[in-house]
Design a protein around this ligand. Structure first.
Ligand code: C2O
Length: 547
């Protein structure tokens, strides 16, 4: 492999969007940030120089980081943040994965503007795909834009205990599109040649919203998700949760003309405000006759169209080639995790209490609101055996399995109280882990996209209601289940994932909705060293930032 080297200068950038001039944090003066392209087998080295006024870390979303947990990036999990004026070099190898991933800031809400695409070509080069070679490849980063400073948005939500303000626009490659005010010049445009095939590499980089995406007049064929090939899946609409990626082929075979590509919220939320706007880009044929009529708009599903979303999410299956890891059939560790929003008591003397029932919003896994440390990272505490930073007693069984979406039950506020602790679960090297993820939807019937660092997982089954092992196990796909790093678990629904803990380190699993992560919707997996020198986590690099 080659060495792919970048220098990322993080700093303030002043840009105009939605009729206003704003200063945001960006990399190398670009929003979105630089694209990284590499081949499977390459080494990647990124020198990060923090010229912004904030602490920051960068995360390479979906990269396995085999034996390089120190380069993974979640703040206070694998490293202390890079302070203003500081620097840190992330270096890692790309082994056994190819497709569409991305990178983003992993501290406070900074990833709203600090993100970019990360494309891994097969070792044999672009086009060596298990599908016909596309004529062109097009990264489409779907994002969310705030007029306000996002660090302030987060701090206000945490101090008041209320929900954070919703965003002001969605974006395609950083551009809101011409349905928003003052945005005519900020519309992503894709010029296509009739008869050619395009590979859309779609990333949901939005902070808090799942999205429906469509291109008018064109159907799509999904060929990969989360940098894992799928059995080709034809569809008109793509559903994509924060953290996920979708690779889709588009045949440019429509009548020459101009067509909108568009995305808006998929929100199964009852009574919770969400951004009710649509971002657009324009696909146009180079042979289009000049026209003054607006592009054709796709008919996006309704915001709450759960059947359409569920159909997309569950109809995907992996295209497992003989060289790909197959589903491990013997399970060493089973976990059952309930998760959702919850409440923590509010100290009325020192703050307002803008959450439900006069308390503060929290979120939890198995009633445990994950608390990040502040003095050193969890990976440092693990590696140097520093006691008292975290405990490994994460509950295997939650106190209650309870589904608010059932019409027969009323909400017991006592069930919403969570405890703030830094807790994880330890696995032996190479053990096979199966986790049932149960979205309780006790408070706020929201979907939660659960992201696992350091591993891909097989999605064996998904469904609605309370998880019933006898029924669910009959539906397990053990042959070609979809492979992901982020699974959108629907409100009042569940998913079963399985992975092999073959990478020593401390790995965050959390909701990829940025509003929910600081509220505590996460935990860490501690994977022990293996028996051989090549299965032990090496010591940290010398430039690892200090807290
Ligand atoms: Cu894409 Cu922990 O994040």
């Amino acid at each position: 492999g080659e060495v792919v080297e970048h220098t990322f200068r993080v700093g303030n950038l002043t840009i105009r969007k939605l009729c206003q001039e704003r200063t945001v944090v960006a990399v190398n003066g670009h929003f979105p940030g630089p694209s990284i392209t590499a081949h499977e087998g390459d080494s990647v080295v990124v020198h990060v120089i923090n010229g912004s006024p904030y602490n920051i870390t960068l995360h390479w979303h979906g990269i396995f980081q085999l034996l390089t947990a120190w380069a993974d990036g979640p703040g206070y999990v694998t490293q202390c943040p890079i302070p203003p004026g500081g620097r840190y070099t992330y270096s890692f190898n790309i082994i056994g994965q190819e497709g569409t991933l991305w990178w983003h800031a992993h501290s406070s809400y900074l990833r709203a503007t600090v993100y970019g695409s990360f494309t891994i070509y097969p070792r044999a080069g672009p086009g060596a795909y298990p599908f016909p070679k596309p004529y062109r490849e097009v990264p489409l980063l779907l994002g969310e834009w705030w007029n306000a400073n996002v660090v302030d948005v987060e701090e206000e939500s945490l101090s008041t205990g209320g929900a954070p303000n919703i965003s002001d626009a969605f974006t395609i490659n950083g551009r809101p599109g011409d349905l928003y005010p003052c945005s005519r010049d900020q519309t992503f445009k894709l010029r296509v040649v009739h008869g050619k095939t395009y590979l859309l590499r779609i990333v949901n980089a939005a902070l808090n919203q799942e999205l429906f995406f469509m291109v008018a007049g064109h159907s799509l064929t999904v060929v990969a998700i989360d940098a894992s090939y799928t059995v080709p899946y034809p569809t008109d609409v793509v559903v994509i949760a924060p953290g996920q990626t979708v690779d889709a082929l588009l045949d440019a075979t429509a009548a020459p003309g101009r067509y909108y590509m568009a995305a808006h919220t998929y929100a199964s939320v009852a009574g919770v405000p969400f951004p009710n706007t649509t971002t657009t880009g324009i696909l146009y044929y180079e042979s289009s006759p000049p026209s003054s009529s607006p592009p054709i708009m796709p008919a996006l599903p309704a915001f709450n169209d759960t059947p359409t979303a569920h159909k997309f999410y569950t109809n995907l299956s992996a295209l497992l080639r003989p060289c790909d890891p197959q589903v491990p059939l013997a399970v060493d560790e089973e976990m059952f995790i309930t998760f959702g929003l919850g409440l923590v008591p509010c100290d009325r003397k020192n703050s307002t209490c803008a959450g439900p029932f006069g308390e503060k919003f929290a979120a939890s896994m198995s009633n445990n609101s994950f608390q990040l440390p502040t003095e050193l990272s969890l990976l440092q505490a693990h590696f140097f055996k520093v006691p008292g930073v975290f405990t490994l007693d994460f509950p295997d069984r939650p106190p209650v399995v309870f589904n608010y979406t059932s019409p027969n039950v009323t909400l017991d506020v006592g069930l919403l109280q969570t405890v703030k602790q830094t807790r994880g679960k330890r696995f032996k090297y190479n053990s096979t882990v199966e986790v049932v993820l149960q979205n309780t939807a006790l408070l706020g019937t929201e979907n939660h996209p659960i992201h696992l660092h350091g591993f891909n997982f097989f999605v064996l089954a998904q469904g609605f209601g309370n998880y019933n092992p006898t029924v669910a196990k009959r539906s397990f796909n053990l042959v070609h289940p979809q492979v992901r790093n982020t699974i959108a678990v629907p409100a009042g629904g569940w998913a079963v994932i399985r992975f092999v803990a073959n990478n020593p380190g401390v790995w965050f699993m959390h909701c990829h909705i940025d509003a929910h992560m600081p509220w505590g919707l996460g935990l860490v997996f501690v994977v022990e060293d293996g028996p051989t020198p090549s299965s032990k986590l090496p010591p940290p690099p010398a430039d690892l930032p200090r807290c």
